[in-house]
Design a protein around this ligand. Structure first.
Ligand code: PLP
Length: 306
């Protein structure tokens, strides 16, 4: 039994109406730890467990860390997550609820990650949040499920942080004979690392992440994501933080599901940017989810960004 669940694939009437075309949703927000990340991370954790790993280590206070904690609990392997002092109480509480040991260290993710690396012994496995082929192959299972339904889209719309989801979706499209499907890669303007690299035509880091969509906050996408972006099928689309948050609120009303602004970035393209979707009749949106935002957070951001 894999650690992820088979998620629903539904046609969205409200989003189809807003976008003026058929919009289908792959509801990864319904994965038990709250996001698609459990697909790849669950598969990777199972792999490391079969290799004899005695502990799983992460340096993510977000959905990647939550997925590791969830996987460890189900595999009965201890989990340590090192997070910086800036990590919210809610995120730490969610990690502890999954039974993970939470170690708070350093002012930034770099320092927390450095400590996590220094802790690694011979029987520990480190789980990177996006740059690991085991993750991409695991994420690809969401496209296997869509392909099994026979429901081929003209384009897949997804959010991009470090590019693990992008790499996984494209692996899934390729392995199901759907390698001709376009990919719309949504980022918020303050976390546009894929966009920067595509503009530059070479791997590029952005100076800093300024978006509230913290789950998209990788300064540079993984090499695999950059390489895939050069194949002609990936189109970069940028939205503002305000558009991402507004999309989350609309989605909550339309589908009664609460997602993070990281996911709102992709939803905003469907709600607000019909021109980006113009060439496509049928668009599959990966509703990547995210467990770290509350309804109160959404209200706060809405007021702050107005
Ligand atoms: C991790 C994450 C992303 C971005 O995924 P990458 O593999 O880093 O590109 C987007 N949305 C949510 C909710 C996430 O947890």
């Amino acid at each position: 039994m894999p650690l992820h669940i088979h998620t629903p694939l539904i046609e969205s009437v409200p989003l189809s109406r807003a976008a003026g075309r058929s919009i289908w949703l792959k509801l990864e927000c319904l994965q038990p730890p709250g996001s698609f990340k459990i697909r790849g991370i669950g598969a990777a954790c199972e792999h490391y467990a079969s290799q004899g790993a005695k502990r799983l280590v992460s340096s993510s206070g977000g959905n990647a860390g939550l997925a590791v904690a969830y996987a460890g609990r189900h595999l009965a392997i201890p989990v340590a997550v090192v997070v910086p002092e800036t990590t919210s109480e809610r995120a730490k509480e969610l990690l502890r609820l999954e039974g993970a040991e939470v170690i708070v260290h350093g002012a930034s993710w770099q320092e927390a990650n450095a400590l996590a690396q220094s802790l690694l012994g011979d029987t520990d496995a480190f789980l990177h949040p996006f740059d690991n082929p085991l993750l991409w192959t695991g994420h690809a299972s969401m496209i296997d499920e869509v392909a099994a339904s026979g429901n081929k889209p003209d384009a897949v719309l997804l959010s991009v942080g470090g590019g693990g989801l992008l790499a996984g979706v494209m692996e899934g499209l390729a392995r199901n004979g759907w390698g001709d499907v376009s990919v719309l890669a949504a980022e918020t303007q303050g976390a546009a690392s894929l966009h920067a690299a595509m503009q530059a035509g070479q791997p590029t880091a952005i100076d800093k992440v300024t978006s509230i969509a913290t789950s998209l906050g990788a300064r540079q996408v993984c090499a695999k994501a950059f390489e895939l972006s050069q194949g002609g099928l990936v189109h970069s689309v940028l939205v503002s933080d305000q558009q991402a948050v507004t999309a989350c609120t609309r989605f909550l009303d339309d589908h009664r599901l609460l997602v993070e602004p990281a996911c709102g970035a992709a939803l905003a393209v469907a709600y607000d940017m019909p021109q980006a979707l113009a060439p496509f009749n049928k668009v599959l949106v990966i509703v990547c989810g995210g467990a770290t935002a509350s309804a109160e957070n959404l209200r706060h951001w809405t007021a702050q960004l107005a």
